[in-house]
Design a protein around this ligand. Structure first.
Ligand SMILES: NC(=O)c1ccc[n+]([C@@H]2O[C@H](COP(=O)([O-])OP(=O)(O)OC[C@H]3O[C@@H](n4cnc5c(N)ncnc54)[C@H](O)[C@@H]3O)[C@@H](O)[C@H]2O)c1
Length: 448
């Protein structure tokens, strides 16, 4: 399919969405994006490794509270022949001096979840584009603050949700937009990943044993495990919700209206610690986060959504996507598709042929660039999408409304569980604009 046909056949042609207020100036206009990074641990480093490969990116500054992370990043930048980045460290406020610089256009935030809100608000007020990992805020009010600050300052905010760019996820989007599945009826997805070796380690290596968390541990076990101890709810909704908002045109002619969550009992983490180190005090902790949390969401146009958070039990990785319409469905877990009239009645086809045929035009075009990047290439796409938006001073393809819509699922699901599975109204962050907004995601290759 030619790109122009693709645009014509898509939900709607991409609009030029420059929202920067008149007078917003970027440090220099030589086609290069000047980046600052807050947090150069595991995830920050994958964005650094994308940055050093690009001629249109300058890594101006990095900020981290731990010397071990800065040291690794410094060495990596040098090894790749790039100029040293100015370092900011010493306190949890060190990022402010970095963001006060006038020669930074955009910031990548890859710190623990509890810091994202204040760092993103400060960045937007300082006139920077924000690309932030996973969580926008911890409370519903913080999500509103992110929207209000982005609207007030005109600075785009993008959740760097890489799964939105996964090749099969985009092929399914392409098939849906071309009508293969018929009218959308139901969508599923989630975060289903055995994270026990991420949530605990021995402080010496990221994976591979150990039952410590907090200061005795490394990387995410230093901070993320505490959320699983303290909070029930879907703690990581964006891998599922990112693709789903594109499938269901959420905030663009459709919206989430309410949700309800259910959580199982929590056995996985304590059992894991006990199995690794019998009698260890971390096996006695009362982990509040249920092993399997299921969240159901209603959409204004009548579709239903199911999200699963399942990270404490032994299981092979699968985000569990299901995209189902009046004419057929894709299921990720058995890698199968059924299309009425094309598949044998009541039989599955392997996804391979379908997804080869309906490979998304962006993947066809940029496959070479993406090869070798993290998570099967989708990390190149999400980073590229952010950089291209900054470079062209355009709206980001995952905008502030999409970003907070994905992330606010966490506090809403926690509240639903606290209130005995009570349905929660979903905030309309667009304040009614969803009715007239059009989907632009991946309909054009100028900003993805
Ligand atoms: N999209 C993905 O596939 C993906 C994968 C992994 C992690 N993530 C997300 O990326 C973010 C970071 O996760 P990670 O795995 O890199 O964790 P990490 O613990 O490896 O790295 C976090 C870094 O932030 C630093 N830090 C902590 N507080 C800080 C502060 N106040 N100011 C500056 N630096 C600070 C830490 O020292 C550390 O180097 C999280 O939001 C996580 O959910 C996303």
């Amino acid at each position: 399919m030619e790109r122009r046909d693709f645009i014509k056949n898509g939900t709607l042609a991409a609009a030029s969405l420059s929202i920067l207020p008149t007078g917003t100036l970027f440090a220099k206009d030589n086609g290069k994006v000047r980046l600052g990074y807050i947090g150069v641990g595991a995830r920050g480093m994958s964005h650094i490794s994308e940055g050093v490969l690009r001629d249109d990116v300058e890594i101006v500054a990095i900020c981290d509270t731990q010397e071990s992370s800065l040291k690794g990043c410094r060495a990596f930048i040098a090894k790749n022949g790039r100029p040293a980045a100015k370092e900011y460290t010493g306190s949890t406020d060190a990022y402010k001096a970095m963001l006060d610089r006038k020669d930074i256009d955009a910031v990548i935030i890859a710190t623990p979840w509890q810091f994202h809100y204040e760092q993103a608000i400060y960045a937007m007020n300082a006139g920077k584009y924000v690309g932030c990992e996973v969580i926008a805020g911890l409370t519903v009010k913080e999500h509103w603050d992110i929207v209000n600050t982005s609207e007030k300052t005109g600075m785009p905010y993008m959740t760097l949700e890489n799964v939105s760019y996964r090749r099969d996820v985009m092929a399914a989007l392409n098939m849906l937009r071309q009508g293969l599945f018929g009218e959308l009826i139901h969508v599923e997805g989630g975060y289903q990943h055995d994270l026990r070796e991420v949530l605990f380690n021995n402080g010496k290596q990221y994976y591979g044993g150990g039952v410590e968390y907090g200061p005795k541990a490394l990387s995410e076990a230093q901070w993320r495990t505490q959320f699983n101890i303290d909070q029930d709810g879907d703690l990581y909704p964006t891998h599922g919700a990112g693709p789903i908002i594109n499938y269901a045109n959420i905030n663009k002619g459709n919206r989430f209206t309410n949700l309800v969550s259910f959580s199982s009992k929590a056995k996985g983490l304590a059992n894991y610690v006990e199995s690794q180190s019998p009698g260890h005090p971390n096996a006695k902790i009362n982990y509040k986060n249920g092993d399997v949390t299921t969240t159901l969401i209603n959409c204004a146009n009548g579709e239903t959504v199911m999200l699963t958070h399942d990270v404490h039990l032994p299981r092979p990785y699968s985000l569990g996507f299901r995209v189902q319409g009046t004419n057929g469905l894709w299921m990720d877990v058995n890698k199968s598709i059924h299309i009425e009239g094309k598949s044998k009645p009541h039989a599955w086809d392997s996804v391979n042929e379908w997804f080869a045929k309906y490979d998304h035009p962006l993947w066809k075009k940029y496959e070479k660039e993406a090869v070798g990047a993290g998570h099967g290439g989708m990390d190149w796409f999400v980073f590229n999408a952010f950089i291209v938006a900054v470079k062209n001073k355009k709206q980001t393809p995952i905008d502030v409304y999409d970003s907070v819509t994905m992330s606010v699922i966490t506090p809403l699901s926690t509240k639903s569980l606290k209130e005995g599975n009570k349905p929660q109204e979903f905030p309309d962050f667009t304040r009614g604009k969803w009715k007239d907004r059009k989907s632009t995601f991946a309909l054009d290759d100028s900003g993805f």
